[in-house]
Ligand binder design. Structure first.
Ligand code: NAG
Ligand code: NAG
Ligand code: NAG
Ligand code: NAG
Ligand code: NAG
Ligand code: NAG
Ligand code: NAG
Length: 369
């Protein structure tokens, strides 16, 4: 047999092959299938009996399937029991049965004149395997109230790799197959969860991949989403006061800023002595007057919110406020208060309870009385 493949014999025996490659089609099979090959070939003239079918796994590796030179035809050992080759080759087609296909049979079956590097026609046989164990991965950061995307990843084991099957997927939630709804949208390997909720963390998702309807992968390990949330728009202060009227020289207990966040928020105060979420003003003097802002930031989602509190310094005769930038706005009016205080102590006491920002203007009006 080997002699047939030497160039000398080939030149001698294989005459006048017109070389036209017929576009390869693909046969899809599952292990155990019986497959019928009907390969279109292009032959202008032939010397019957000098056609081989080679199986190419890739460009370097090929297996001689059979050679139609003898009667009955030679069939290599690997295929001897599994090929039914009628031994008839028309001028435009070649057909044979391959029984009980296995994944090793996958590849391109080329019809070639013996010993000559020409291809008369070919047929790709793709054989499905069970996809490898799938895993669920997140394609977006899971954020409460946002859409979240999961993907079922599985490696195909069908061959040849470049002519694989279209994988299909099944998603399950708590063991029940998921169907498309407004909340959970199944798109093949993608699962979209609309407007993620905190409670969704209890849901257990699994997926199964198919390379052919008949060959499911193992079910993936279950996956639970860990939705990130917070800070909400209103941060919490402890104590909750947003305004402190503090007498100069007194001590203010530290103020703690908090927020419901997952993962834990990072807190910062824009001024004062800060220890993360804690603001410690200790002894109050003029420099402590003004507005303090706490910002909570979620380290994963980068969502942040800011809340403010105001320390208003009180003296025995009045109050001193700061504007939003921390600069006192009552410098002028304080003098007014002093004048006014002499006139009516009661009225000044009344002023100390004002928090209205229009206060200085009002006071000017009073002063001009
Ligand atoms: C092989 O395929 C050709 C065209 O696709 C068709 O005409 C022919 O009948 C087929 N032969 C067999 C044996 O099925
Ligand atoms: C088909 O081939 C497999 C090995 O690939 C073998 O185990 C099985 O017995 C074969 N089935 C038949 C019906 O020959
Ligand atoms: C499926 O799981 C079993 C054990 O649970 C393992 O033996 C087998 O290899 C897995 N299949 C695949 C395709 O990974
Ligand atoms: C894969 O998908 C393509 C496009 O949808 C389709 O034409 C082809 O028949 C599919 N292949 C298999 C094996 O189902
Ligand atoms: C899934 O099961 C968990 C308990 O294991 C439950 O808390 C959750 O609500 C279930 N999800 C759905 C959508 O039923
Ligand atoms: C916080 O406000 C409450 C009532 O508004 C007041 O009784 C309390 O003294 C304030 N706390 C501080 C530390 O100023
Ligand atoms: C606040 O700071 C002062 C001095 O800076 C310190 O003595 C005091 O222990 C601090 N208090 C807290 C609650 O951190």
């Amino acid at each position: 047999m080997a002699g047939l493949r030497t160039p000398a014999l080939a030149v001698l025996l294989c005459l006048h092959w017109h070389h036209v490659i017929v576009k390869a089609g693909t046969l899809f099979a599952v292990p155990g299938d019986d497959v019928f090959f009907n390969i279109s070939i292009s032959i202008v003239s032939s010397n019957d009996g000098f056609i081989a079918v080679e199986k190419h796994v890739d460009d370097k590796h090929k297996v001689m399937v059979f050679v139609d030179i003898t009667n009955p035809p030679y069939i290599s050992a690997q295929y001897r029991d599994r090929i039914n080759f009628p031994g008839i080759i028309g001028l435009t087609e070649m057909y044979f049965w391959l029984y009980n296909v296995s994944i090793e049979d996958a590849g391109e079956f080329r019809v070639v004149p013996v010993g000559i590097r020409k291809v008369l026609g070919s047929q790709i046989l793709a054989v499905a395997g069970r996809p490898g164990n799938p895993t669920i991965v997140e394609r977006t950061i899971p954020q409460v109230y946002k859409d979240h995307t999961l993907e079922c990843e599985a490696l195909s084991s069908s061959r040849p790799e470049t002519n694989g099957f279209n994988m299909s997927f099944i998603w399950k939630l708590n063991g029940t197959i998921l169907v498309n709804t407004m909340v959970r949208i199944v798109q093949g390997k993608i699962l979209i969860i609309r407007r993620l909720q905190r409670e969704d963390r209890f849901d257990k998702f699994t997926c199964i991949a198919y390379d052919s309807d008949r060959l499911p992968s193992n079910e993936s390990m279950y996956y639970q989403i860990d939705p990130y949330y917070g800070p909400a728009e209103e941060l919490t202060l402890d104590p909750p006061n947003r305004t402190y009227f503090v007498e100069e020289g007194s001590v203010l207990a530290s103020i703690t800023c908090s927020a419901d966040c997952h993962p834990h928020c990072i807190f910062s105060w824009d001024r004062g002595v800060r220890h993360g979420a804690k603001l410690n003003l200790s002894v109050i003097d003029k420099t402590k007057n003004g507005i303090y802002r706490c910002t909570a930031k979620n380290p994963v989602t980068h969502v942040s919110f800011t809340t403010a509190l105001e320390v208003i310094l009180t003296t025995r005769i009045g109050t001193e406020r700061a504007d939003r930038n921390g600069f006192p706005v009552t410098k002028v009016s304080l003098r007014v208060i002093v004048v006014f205080a002499i006139m009516s102590l009661n009225l000044v006491l009344h002023f100390t309870s004002f928090t209205d920002r229009a206060l200085p203007a009002n006071m000017v009006r009073y002063a001009s009385i």
